[in-house]
Design a protein around this ligand. Structure first.
Ligand code: MRU
Length: 340
């Protein structure tokens, strides 16, 4: 399942806002349609929005539009995931040096690389899971959140492919319900056992001893190893630490932001109040009640057991390991996918 694909004249995506009720595929035909799809979370997950924005920019450049203007418009759609600006920067650079043909080639390369990278990351992480593992994850860091295969769920998929039995637990992930709607949907398609719990049940679940480790994705990893990810991730990290359960972050090197020293300066997106006031169309609060709706939180590096990347598993102290992972990955990328 390629969640994001270049069709030549557009970008094909699965509309994640309609899952699991309906499986609807859309073809986006302009950068503005891509921006709308990212803002409304029809396409979501750090690597997936990076790939979609890359293709949206390539599409705009192909129709003669100004690179900087469109790049700025797409970058402004969601502020927290670094993959978005990383992918846009790559395509903008290609467009400036090689025009539309180079921009399209770069966008397609970003999507192709994502799948290879996730498979490599999955292999690296699978050794952390033993046969019979019970993994708690959060939100959706699976095929839907990437171009394919997934990061946290890529680790699970690789472990299952190597013959291990793995059970996944996932919190429903209010307010947008990525755990309940998306992670359960994609794991069931792969026949990987999955159990959904209400977010309020995770404390009792971890305390019950049924969770062997936590594996989550990331939207931005700061240079010191602080991790921004879906709101509620920090709660899981605190629980994991309290109950001495390993807390793993699965993040491709494209999610590591060496320019951000620590989590304090990561911009946390705040989303519309109605995402909290309403639940799949039904009102669950007084109409105009005040709401705070941050989409992400920051888990301090000291609560993270290891960060799994496509080039290796990084443990504390994270700064040197993350820097070396980024440099090894960019050397490998240079060798595999020559820039135009
Ligand atoms: O708001 P979302 O659904 O885009 O947030 C997604 C997450 O927080 C994921 O865990 C993260 O992007 C990693 S996806 C491989």
């Amino acid at each position: 399942m390629a969640t994001v694909a270049w069709t030549g004249g557009g970008i094909r995506i699965i509309d994640q806002s309609r899952l699991p009720d309906e499986e609807v595929w859309l073809v986006l035909r302009s950068a503005e349609e891509v921006a709308e799809a990212i803002t409304s979370m029809r396409v979501r997950g750090a690597p997936a929005i990076g790939a979609a924005a890359a293709m949206g920019l390539a599409l705009a450049v192909s129709s003669g539009r100004d690179v900087d203007e469109v790049a700025a418009m797409l970058t402004a759609t969601r502020p927290t995931a670094v993959n978005l600006e990383w992918a846009i920067h790559r395509v903008a650079g290609a467009a400036r040096s090689g025009g539309a043909t180079a921009a399209v080639a770069e966008a397609v390369a970003i999507a192709d690389e994502d799948v290879r990278v996730n498979r490599a990351l999955g292999q690296m992480g699978s050794s952390l899971l033993s046969d019979g593992s019970h993994v708690l994850t959060h939100c959706n860091a699976g095929a839907l959140a990437t171009v394919d295969y997934g990061t946290a769920l890529g680790v699970v998929r690789a472990a299952v492919a190597s013959g291990k039995r793995v059970r996944v637990w996932v919190g429903e992930t209010r307010p947008v319900l990525q755990g309940a709607r998306l992670t359960s949907w994609e794991l069931r398609r792969d026949r990987i056992p999955v159990t959904v719990v209400a977010d309020t049940a995770v404390g009792a679940l971890v305390a019950s001893g049924r969770v062997g480790c936590v594996v989550v994705g990331a939207d931005r990893v700061a240079a010191n190893g602080d991790v921004a990810n879906k709101i509620g991730t920090y709660t899981l990290a605190v629980l994991a630490t309290r109950h001495r359960v390993p807390f793993y972050v699965a993040a491709p090197t494209s999610t590591i932001d060496l320019a951000t020293p620590d989590g304090r300066t990561i911009v946390i997106e705040e989303r519309p109040a109605d995402e909290v006031r309403r639940l799949r169309g039904a009102t669950v609060t007084p109409d105009d009640v005040e709401v705070w709706n941050p989409a992400f939180d920051v888990t301090p590096a000291e609560l993270v057991t290891a960060i799994v990347t496509e080039v290796g598993v990084v443990t504390a102290p994270f700064a040197d390991g993350l820097r070396s992972a980024v440099s090894r990955a960019s050397d490998a990328r240079g060798a595999v996918v020559p820039l135009p």
